[in-house]
Design a protein around this ligand. Structure first.
Ligand SMILES: [Zn+2]
Length: 146
C-alpha cells in the first residue's frame, strides 16, 4: 500500500455547490457603479457646504441693518439645518465607501444577507436589507405607539 491509494482531491472534483453563487454578492461592475454614485453625491454635498459657508459670510456683511439682520437670522438657521443634514449624509456616504473598500458594502448589517442592487441604486447608503429595514421600521412605529 502507498500514498497513491488515497489520492488528493483534484480541482475538477470540487463540486460547484462549494463555490458561492454569483448572485450572493454584487458583481464588480455594479459595485463600481454604486461607488461612483456615492463619490458623486459626496462631491455634491461638499460643493453645497462650500456654498452655504459663502452665503453665511455674505450675510454677515449685510448685518449692519437691524431689519436685515432679523431676516438673515432665519436664513442662517435654514442654512445651518441644511448643513447638518448634509453632514449626516456625508458621514453615511463615508461609511459606505469604507464598506466598499472592506468588501462589506451591500451586505445587510443585521442579517448579513445581500442587499439588492435595485435597493442600493435607490439608496446607496443603505445598511439593511429590505426585510430588516421593514422590521426595524415596524419596531420603531411600535415604540411610538406607547
Ligand atoms: Zn437583513
Amino acid at each position: 500500500m502507498s500514498d497513491a491509494d488515497t489520492p488528493k482531491p483534484r480541482l475538477e472534483d470540487i463540486s460547484p455547490d462549494d463555490m458561492p453563487p454569483d448572485d450572493e454578492y454584487l458583481p464588480m461592475d455594479e459595485l463600481l457603479h454604486l461607488r461612483a454614485i456615492l463619490r458623486e453625491r459626496a462631491a455634491e454635498l461638499l460643493e453645497n457646504g462650500r456654498q452655504s459657508i459663502s452665503d453665511l459670510t455674505e450675510q454677515k456683511e449685510l448685518d449692519a441693518d437691524a431689519v436685515d439682520q432679523a431676516a438673515n437670522e432665519s436664513d442662517r438657521g435654514f442654512s445651518l439645518r441644511l448643513a447638518d443634514r448634509d453632514r449626516l449624509m456625508l458621514r453615511k456616504i463615508g461609511k459606505a465607501l469604507e464598506r466598499v473598500d472592506d468588501g462589506e458594502y451591500g451586505m445587510c448589517e443585521s442579517c448579513g444577507a445581500p442587499i439588492t442592487y435595485r435597493r442600493l441604486l435607490a439608496r446607496p447608503v443603505a445598511t439593511l436589507c429590505i426585510d430588516c429595514k421593514t422590521t426595524a421600521e415596524q419596531q420603531e412605529r411600535r415604540r411610538w405607539d406607547f
